[in-house]
Ligand binder design. Structure first.
Ligand SMILES: [Fe+2]
Ligand SMILES: [Fe+2]
Length: 247
């Protein structure tokens, strides 16, 4: 029998055990066992694979906007890092495009994927920001590994701790940093690396509202909501709305 109640519409699998099979990219190589076969064996009339809204996560608005992802999906450290990076750029009197790139530079780490985060993040935001902002987000990743003393950027001390003092970035990172260094938008991306502050530095809580106008002028929120327009990256936003979908 169909249940047309509001709850059933929001949580179409309500009343059943919703099993979650975490995306392989999140656990492969970590030593966590592959549980797919075990979950499939347990399927039955009352046990299904998770699809749609997960009651364990905050409900997203029907037409999500950029800041809803900060509020309802992104991890705490990423949110603090992005807001403080944007704030530092703003306080330094940087152009809005730089502030916006700082605010979005690690967006992929919030709830999607960390590997090659600059590249994923740039792709995800590209339909909604200027080409230069997406470019700056993409290239902040390779540029982070290379000092530019004239611009006031040193190799990050945190990278020594993250990766070990003898870490050498791979060839594609060196190639892309070289390309970026000779590009007309180099300084936009370099400024992102300069304001790439980590959460443990001395920045108090930042009110996301201070970015409302800048977002309004530099981020085209789709009428249908992020994830539901027909942009080439809508699926990436949907993946963050429903990160536990089986398919
Ligand atoms: Fe980054
Ligand atoms: Fe960062």
């Amino acid at each position: 029998m169909c249940d047309f109640s509001e709850e059933a519409a929001t949580f179409p699998q309500s009343g059943r055990t919703r099993q979650i099979y975490p995306s392989p990219v999140g656990w492969i190589g970590t030593g966590q066992p592959d549980i797919e076969a075990d979950l499939l064996v347990k399927l039955g009339p009352d046990t299904v694979m998770m699809m749609g809204d997960n009651p364990a996560l905050p409900r997203m608005p029907e037409k999500p906007r950029l800041m809803d992802f900060f509020k309802y999906r992104f991890g705490d450290i990423t949110v603090r890092h992005l807001l403080s990076s944007g704030l530092k750029a703003l306080e330094s009197g940087q152009d809005e495009k730089v502030v916006m790139a700082c605010l979005l530079h690690d967006i992929s780490n919030g709830c999607l994927i960390r590997t090659d985060h600059g590249y994923w993040g740039a792709q995800m935001i590209a339909p909604y920001v200027s080409e230069e902002i997406a470019w700056a987000v993409r290239y902040h990743q390779p540029l982070r590994y290379f000092a530019d003393e004239a611009a006031g950027y040193e190799y990050p001390e945190s990278y020594h701790r993250f990766f070990g003092a003898d870490y050498v970035p791979p060839e594609y990172i060196r190639r892309d940093a070289d390309y970026a260094r000779n590009h007309r938008w180099y300084m936009t991306s370099r400024l992102v690396t300069i304001y790439d502050y980590y959460f443990f530095e001395d920045v108090g809580p930042v009110d996301p509202e201070i970015f409302t106008d800048i977002i309004g002028r530099n981020f085209r929120e789709p009428e249908e909501g992020l994830g539901f327009d027909s942009s080439p990256t809508a699926h990436m936003w949907r993946t963050m709305i429903w990160p536990n979908n089986f398919l």
